[in-house]
Design a protein around this ligand. Structure first.
Ligand code: PLP
Length: 432
């Protein structure tokens, strides 16, 4: 990986900022060397989502980096073994998760409270079905990971939005509005995202305390999606909802190594349900669908990640944080019209374009047709995301730098840009 102290011609100075071509990735962590079949760069997918294929793909939340070497070695060992007879390794992974959480977050968990499923969204879908009835409300705090809407609606539950509040450039939960809704709507579940995709907030202990207190008061469950819990920047402590051990009956956690270790297409999801009765109830459903069998390649890769991948993770998070700091400095100095909502963690950044005063369609088109970037439109995450774009920065630094020079150029030209929403595939945003 490119070392963090390496300087490049892309350092944001007045001399270099016009020379975006010099920012071509030079490191071993570039996407070009990989096959073009990944969803984010698949030409057919790009065409259908954004209307063109010549875009730098910074939308889907996965990493451009090679995984930690122990993961690759473990997968190679299994391939060489050449035998894939049944094996059930979930318990070994649960123990590794217990050790990891103790060491990394000072969090004491019990191996027996884990359950394995095939992915995080699968786990959320199962929990929603187990812990509520059709027609019940599930609360989300927008802007939030767009699949939450789908996973709730496809279980025939209704989405109740408690929009996050912006205060001093940062988002916070609106507890007053939340309590009002808990009183008046038929809410059975609060679906928490911690760290919160797309805004990158890592919820503070005091915020989680308030949330748990409300869940207890109104007898509502909290499902906490903690898939991003290991991408945490300096001076921030991640607190899992599982640390509230005096409220086990109201809590379920779901996580996975997917984001932490760049294992998006090969990782299982891990539920943590401390309440024995709820655990048994969910286990029964998982067992009835044989969703707990797992895949040995995934299990061994996960074990390698959690037992030998920490040094790689520290280096990777440090590298991503350095990119995030570069973006903050660049925007402040070179492009103050666009604001970074400074994240505490995750490798997504949430960019505020409201000063440009463009409609969501026009903003989307500007990014696609002028900046030539595939970013995730803020509208995907809720109506309060309309003036925003989400960008994935888990990429070579030079690539992200080049993206920002392209944004700068596009924004400077924005006043002359007339969006055309009449054509098919007109920027992925005309229909959002
Ligand atoms: C908050 C959150 N939950 C879940 C997922 C998807 O997890 P999985 O692929 O394991 O279903 C993502 C992917 O971006 C995510 O950001």
């Amino acid at each position: 990986m490119e070392k963090s102290n390496k300087t490049s011609c892309c350092t944001p100075t007045a001399e270099t900022n016009s020379n975006a071509d010099c920012c071509a990735p030079t490191t071993e962590i570039q996407t070009q060397s990989f096959e073009n079949n990944f969803a984010k760069s698949n030409p057919n997918f790009l065409k259908s989502m954004f209307g063109r294929t010549d875009l730098m793909p910074l939308w889907i939340a996965d990493m451009d980096f090679k995984v930690a070497e122990p993961i690759t070695k473990e997968l190679q060992r299994l391939v060489n073994r050449g035998n894939f007879a049944y094996e059930f390794n979930a318990d070994k992974v649960f123990n590794a998760l217990v050790n990891w959480n103790q060491k990394r977050h000072g969090l004491t968990l019990e191996s027996k409270s884990f359950l394995q499923v095939s992915g995080v969204l699968t786990g959320i879908g199962l929990l929603i079905r187990s812990l509520s009835d059709e027609g019940d409300g599930v609360m989300v705090q927008t802007p939030v990971y767009h699949q939450f809407f789908k996973v709730i609606q496809s279980a025939n539950r209704s989405v109740v939005e408690n929009p996050l509040r912006m205060a001093n450039g940062s988002y916070e939960m609106d507890f007053e509005h939340m309590e009002q809704q808990l009183k008046t709507q038929n809410i059975k579940i609060i679906l928490l995202c911690n760290p919160h995709n797309p805004i990158g907030r890592v919820w503070k202990k005091t915020e989680l305390q308030q949330l748990v207190a409300l869940a207890n008061k109104y007898n509502v469950r909290i499902i906490s999606d903690e898939i991003h819990s290991d991408i945490i920047y300096s001076n921030t402590k991640f607190n899992s909802i599982a640390s509230f051990s005096d409220s086990p009956q109201h809590i379920a956690v779901i996580g996975s190594p997917a984001k932490t270790f760049g294992m998006q297409s090969i990782s299982n999801g891990y539920l943590y349900i401390p309440d024995t009765q709820t655990h048994q109830q969910v286990k029964k459903i998982i067992g009835s669908l044989y969703l707990d069998h797992g895949n040995a390649l995934s299990a061994y890769a996960t074990l390698a990640a959690y037992t030998q991948g920490e040094a790689w993770l520290d280096e990777t998070v440090g590298y991503i944080e350095e990119i995030m700091n570069w973006v903050a400095a660049f925007l402040q100095k070179e492009l103050p019209e666009v604001k970074l909502v400074r994240p505490d963690g995750t490798y997504q950044i949430w960019l505020d374009f409201s000063a440009l005063n463009l409609s969501p369609d026009a903003l989307g088109q500007l990014m696609v047709h002028k900046a030539k970037l595939a970013l995730t439109p803020g509208t995907w995450f809720g109506s309060n995301g309309a003036q925003f774009m989400r960008m994935n920065i888990a990429s070579p630094k030079a690539k992200i730098q080049r993206a920002f020079y392209q944004i700068k150029k596009a924004v400077r030209e924005a006043k002359d840009f007339v969006p055309d929403c009449s054509t098919e595939g007109s920027g992925g945003c005309c229909n959002c």
